[in-house]
Design a protein around this ligand. Structure first.
Ligand SMILES: [Cu+2]
Length: 701
């Protein structure tokens, strides 16, 4: 389709082929229906993958979630330069599954300072895959959507002689005086491959029309090694990768990142055992070590007694395997997966060794799952039908507290120690997709039941704190061991038009979430401090704490993306999204739901260069959550300019101007400022970046 022409024209046929070794042929063939793929630093699209390529149009944000947020139905939750979450059709947090190189893992920060895509620096991302609607059951549990970032890798050699491969990118962006550099380099033959990846990013506090946003700087290093060897009709692969995030601001949180030292290890096999039997195996381990505090990066310093440094660890061990019987488009897959998670959080005061609190004392969550998925056809219709079952067993340890901790928290810790500290759930998911492949129009429907087991924090957060996986609403939350899993009933319908110069893909959806987990007033007398939880919360600055409880919600909306090839040289491309999200049990809206928004780009292209402009617009958002004290926001319109030049074979130069008119705008999903020393007032929604220029080069060989 047209995207690919634009892509190839602009990139001048750079030779670095995609290497989808972890993707079986089936996934490629069905990809256009099941998955949206955004190429990020990839230069040549796989023929079978329907892909779009926004990064010619924007400065690569350090946060690759912000790239995924350009897809229809998606939006970016802003909690810091490296802490962005993907909102999909009105839901975010742990309701949207995030993976890197197909690997599931638990993030470390109790406030999601490291959401999954924290570990996918844009400069290292080959492509981002966003499941259209919901993910197939074969990808494991995920309530409301799934995103996977594939990092650059060295491919097998195309010929019989050894080859050196490299893909390197570098960018400068003026609005935060940031640079990013990184890539992959390695050696391969047609039978084996070995490569290293590395990246370094650094940026200062970003500017807007009105000054500088305090505590918004960032710093991150990644490096790793990967290897693969052909075995039969498949590949054995292994990878080690390390992420070192250095001091990075989180203006929407009470603390900033001091470090994330995170190791990723994975290995496995993917291939065909016989012509009709495919096998996928993967084992992995991820270990997160994290420190955050409320004084190193931000000013003014807190009082000595309220100075905090919090350590958080998360370890995840995964194993998954599946067999596929049949051909690429007519088959049955069966598989099983195990995900073992351990979490630990310890709050300290660096000025007082006797003040420490184990807010998450050795929490564990062990999940065992199995699925069956049938890919078939019935007359003119194609379908995918899958079901899965998961057993999750969660438990919490006994918190230790220092001698300087006041009686209030000590009492809550004792009460938690005396409680059950354990919960088990069995959940069932099912997904049916049906589509009628046509020459120009492909109608499609999807029906799903999806579940989400409460997080360890939602269940075992015994200490009232602001930790809430990044809600950043200023409320103090406490966990609830009686929570039930969320159950979403999902229906969507749409069609894909691919008619010569025009493509057009609208979808309408409805999502009914039973037992939706939401913070609700702790007791029936909110504001009257008559319980130990309210006393401790009040000491921490919130006299009206919320407790995670099961409520009921519904979401509906419509989104679309399109391209129009107006002439040989002129392309229009864009997307638009609308979602409405409400509680069903009371008259309130869901929290942090994007307003109606749209994006439209016009691109003029020649063989070796292209120039364009992009407009991003959002409506006011007045449907805000009273439960989360959310404020409404105004609409805005932001314009950017961009250009791309194929300098030589494999060398591309991109440049642009962001926010051309230096508009002051506050994206609704941006957090609220909590940093005193900032040109943004306390409590004000954080503005988007002001005017700036950026330049980027990519080299592939
Ligand atoms: Cu943190």
């Amino acid at each position: 389709m047209f995207f690919k022409r634009f892509l190839l024209g602009a990139a001048a046929a750079a030779p670095f082929a995609l290497c989808p070794v972890q993707v079986l042929a089936q996934d490629e063939e069905d990809n256009a229906i099941l998955t949206d793929v955004i190429l990020v630093t990839a230069d040549v699209a796989d023929g079978a993958i329907d892909s779009s390529e926004p990064p010619h149009q924007i400065a690569l944000p350090a946060d690759s979630g912000a790239i995924a947020a350009r897809m229809p139905g998606a939006a970016a939750i802003g909690n810091g330069a490296l802490s962005g979450q993907l909102s999909y059709r009105g839901l975010f947090g742990e309701r949207v599954l995030g993976r890197v190189n197909g690997q599931r893992f638990a993030t470390g920060g109790p406030n999601a300072m490291d959401p999954p895509l924290h570990y996918a620096p844009s400069i290292l991302v080959d492509r981002i895959e966003v499941a259209r609607g919901v993910a197939p059951v074969s990808q494991g549990p995920s309530l409301a959507g799934a995103v996977n970032a594939e990092l650059v890798e060295v491919p097998f050699a195309s010929g019989s002689s050894p080859e050196v491969h490299g893909r390197i990118g570098a960018q400068y962006r003026s609005v935060d005086d940031s640079y990013a550099a990184g890539g992959a380099l390695g050696l391969s033959t047609s039978n084996w491959r070995i490569g290293v990846i590395a990246s370094r990013e650094e940026g200062s506090d970003y500017e807007f029309d009105g000054g500088t946003v305090g505590s918004s700087s960032f710093e991150r290093t990644n490096y790793g090694v990967h290897a693969g060897m052909k075995l039969g009709d498949g590949e054995i692969f292994a990878e080690y990768r390390r992420n070192e995030t250095d001091p990075t601001g989180n203006p929407a949180f009470p603390m900033d990142i001091q470090y994330f030292n995170t190791d990723f290890l994975r290995g496995g096999y993917s291939g065909q055992l016989t012509e009709k039997i495919g096998l996928k195996l993967m084992v992995g381990h991820v270990s997160v070590r994290h420190l955050m505090d409320n004084y190193s990066l931000r000013d003014p310093d807190p009082a000595v007694i309220s100075t905090r440094a919090t350590f958080a660890d998360a370890d995840t061990t995964t194993a998954e395997g599946s067999l596929r019987f049949g051909s690429a488009t007519r088959n049955v897959s069966v598989g099983g997966d195990v995900e073992l998670v351990e979490k630990y959080v310890r709050i300290t005061n660096p000025f007082n060794a006797n003040f420490f609190v184990e807010a998450q004392p050795d929490l564990t969550s062990d999940r065992y799952g199995a699925f069956v998925q049938w890919r078939g056809g019935a007359g003119p219709a194609e379908f995918e039908l899958g079901a899965r079952i998961d057993r999750t067993e969660q438990a919490g340890g006994i918190p230790e507290l220092g001698s300087a901790v006041p009686m209030g928290p000590v009492g809550l810790a004792n009460a938690f120690a005396a409680s059950a500290r354990a919960a088990n759930d069995t959940t069932f998911d099912a997904v049916l997709r049906l589509w009628l492949p046509g020459d120009e129009v492909t109608p499609r429907i999807m029906l799903a039941r999806k579940t989400r087991v409460p997080s360890l924090l939602e269940r075992f957060g015994w200490l009232p704190t602001s930790a809430s996986f990044g809600l950043a609403d200023g409320n103090i939350y406490v966990g609830n061991q009686a929570l039930d899993p969320e159950v979403a009933w999902i229906a969507e319908a749409g069609f894909d038009v691919d008619a010569g110069p025009v493509s057009f893909r609208p979808t309408v959806f409805y999502r009914r979430v039973d037992d939706y987990i939401q913070g609700t007033p702790f007791d029936t007398t909110p504001g009257v401090i008559n319980t130990p939880v309210e006393m401790v919360a009040n000491m921490n600055g919130d006299a009206t704490p919320l407790m995670f409880r099961n409520v009921d919600a519904e979401l509906y909306g419509v989104d679309v993306d399109f391209t129009v090839e107006a002439s040989e040289n002129l392309l229009f491309e864009g997307s638009a999204s609308f979602v409405r999200a409400k509680r069903r049990d009371i008259a309130d809206n869901l929290y942090r739901v994007p307003p109606a928004n749209a994006r439209l780009a016009a691109i003029w292209q020649q063989d070796r260069w292209s120039l364009g402009a992009e407009v991003t617009a959002a409506d006011d958002q007045d449907h805000v959550s009273l439960s989360n004290d959310e404020t409404s926001s105004d609409g805005y319109l932001v314009v950017g300019l961009f250009g791309s030049l194929a300098v030589a074979d494999g060398i591309t130069l991109d440049a642009g101007v962001e926010n051309l008119f230096d508009a002051y705008y506050q994206p609704h999903l941006s957090g609220v400022n909590r940093v005193g020393a900032s040109d943004v007032p306390l409590g004000e929604r954080l503005p988007g970046p002001g005017r700036g220029v950026w330049v980027r080069t990519r080299i592939a060989f």
